[in-house]
Design a binder for this molecule. Structure first.
Ligand SMILES: Nc1ncnc2c1ncn2[C@@H]1O[C@H](COP(=O)(O)OP(=O)(O)O)[C@@H](O)[C@H]1O
Ligand SMILES: O=P(O)(O)OC[C@H](O)CO
Length: 494
């Protein structure tokens, strides 16, 4: 009887359940989108119960489609959109407020106050992060300060906090386990990445009670058991989605890099057992905890990437589907000087500007939807170049190639433009569900489904390479226009 690992990939816009076989190939998949709430400009929220409902639905659907028995699921692996913050009542299991999504800016004022109070150096030193509404701590404080009665309840020990991994582990184990892994903890701005403990000083400074926090574990271990597929199945991994993609791309050696093109873009470099402090606006973060050790990474986080294409589709109604953007972009030979800076929720790495706003530059009477669409796609590549350059400088290396994954890599125009712009080979893997694959590997390692990293490395194959085809001079000239456009969006106030 064949066995599989079932990965749950709980992303920003959809939840997926994917079954992987021993070769690391996708054997079955189910996906559901869920509702995005924008209650005020710059705010983004999700319904934690809807996230749980979609999770249950995709698990059941994936298993049914393949006609599997529970006994054929060797383990469940979990990976999730990071930083997104849920607080729930420990007794009723009900969220006390919607999930505040990583992109949401409602806690920007709290961050500004922390900056004014001079907390930046201590936070950077302890957590590897910069002060920004992106991370969980200001979101937690916002809920404690703004939702009536929650702070009192939390101080009595009746409220629990979790990033989405903790929320799903708690649901999967029917309220028995309140836990997270090192990678998710490292995105809260409450976790000391040196001591691998919740940081008492930061908790005090932020006025967050320690009782709400989950216990922190390796990314590959049995967290508990679930009866969701009809029998006791181990939940054997938890890891933030970007770190999962790094593992799924088999970036096991220091210096190896991947970039994931989803709602946002996230470029991570394995830095091994060393915490590399960035001088160029990147984050130091935990890559994974495995085999009693923790590995670190440098990260460039870009807030809006594929979401810019979604905006063309849903906001402007310029296109009907995301894949359509490819033919439109290729229908013109350039944007003719149009630049689109999608700073819809401020700018992340390497700029870290909570005030920046999105803008389109260089419009003329001759600008068409083809130019706009091309400029939107090019913005993914320009933002990636910003962080590639920062990373090369921080790490003192020149990338030999860039491993890519995520929904938008099916766009060949984008992949070629990326290779042209960074003048570096871009490698697309055969298995595109790298995030889910990463957590499948970690769950599989925890239960002996895979025994060694070498076995996993043998599974990795590259499907296609994009090599630079543009003159460096031209690429540099285009990039200069981008840099000027970004500068104009920063700190923008009408
Ligand atoms: N062919 C395409 N061209 C450009 N963007 C695309 C294409 N297909 C999907 N996308 C974008 O990729 C994103 C979905 O990728 P995915 O990895 O599923 O994201 P997430 O995990 O963040 O929900 C969407 O923002 C979508 O606009
Ligand atoms: O769900 P994704 O793929 O957009 O990833 C979101 C990131 O984890 C946010 O830090």
């Amino acid at each position: 009887m064949d066995k599989y690992i079932l990965s749950i990939d709980q992303g920003t816009t959809s939840t997926r359940a994917i079954l992987f076989n021993q070769a690391g190939d996708v054997a079955g998949i189910s996906q559901r989108e869920f509702t995005q709430y924008y209650p005020q400009p710059g705010w983004v929220e999700h319904d934690p119960n809807e996230i749980w409902e979609t999770t249950k639905a995709v698990i059941e659907d994936a298993i049914q489609k393949m006609g599997l028995d529970a006994a054929q699921v060797a383990a469940i692996g979990l990976t999730n959109q990071r930083e997104t913050t849920v607080l729930w009542d420990k007794n009723t299991g009900e969220p006390v407020y919607p999930a505040i999504v990583w992109q949401s800016r409602q806690s920007a004022d709290i961050c500004e106050e922390w900056k004014r109070n001079g907390l930046e150096p201590v936070i950077k030193q302890k957590t590897g992060l910069v002060i920004d509404a992106y991370f969980s701590s200001s979101k937690i404080k916002w809920i404690l300060d703004h939702v009536q009665g929650v702070r009192e309840k939390a101080e009595k020990g009746d409220v629990l906090f979790g990033t989405i991994d903790s929320w799903l582990i708690w649901k999967l184990t029917q309220g028995k386990v309140h836990a997270t892994d090192y990678t998710n903890a490292s995105r809260t701005m409450l976790f000391n990445i040196h001591t691998l403990q919740w940081d008492e000083e930061l908790l005090q400074l932020f006025q967050i009670p320690k009782t709400i926090l989950p216990s922190v574990h390796a990314s590959s271990e049995i967290y508990g058991y679930t009866s969701i597929v009809g029998d006791k199945v181990p939940v054997a991994s938890a890891i933030g989605d970007q770190q999962a993609a790094l593992f799924g791309q088999t970036c096991f050696q220091p210096g190896e890099v991947k970039n994931t093109y989803g709602t946002g873009c996230f470029l991570l470099m394995n830095t091994g057992e060393k915490i590399v402090e960035s001088k160029n606006g990147l984050l130091s973060t935990i890559a994974w905890g495995l085999g009693g050790r923790v590995k670190y990474a440098l990260e460039g986080s870009i807030f809006v990437a594929g979401a810019a294409i979604q905006w063309l589709r849903d906001g402007l109604k310029l296109i009907e589907t995301a894949p359509e953007s490819e033919a439109l972009a290729q229908a013109v030979s350039s944007t003719e000087g149009v630049y689109f800076v999608p700073a819809f929720v401020g700018l992340g790495a390497p700029y870290w500007d909570m005030e920046a706003k999105g803008a389109i530059f260089g419009l003329t009477r001759g600008t068409t939807k083809e130019h706009l669409t091309r400029a939107a796609l090019e913005s993914l590549a320009y933002q990636t170049k910003d962080v590639v350059d920062a990373m090369q400088e921080d790490a003192g290396i020149h990338l030999a190639s860039l491993k890519v994954d995520g929904g938008a890599i099916s766009n060949q125009f984008l992949m070629q433009f990326q290779a042209d712009l960074i003048q570096t080979k871009v490698e697309k893997p055969a298995v595109k569900e790298t995030t889910a694959l990463g957590t499948a590997y970690l769950a599989g390692l925890a239960v002996g489904f895979w025994k060694t990293k070498e076995q996993i490395l043998a599974n990795h194959t590259v499907e296609r390479e994009f090599t630079p085809a543009m003159e460096k001079e031209r690429a540099d000239q285009l990039y200069e226009g981008w840099c000027a456009s970004v500068r104009s969006t920063m700190g923008w106030k009408p």
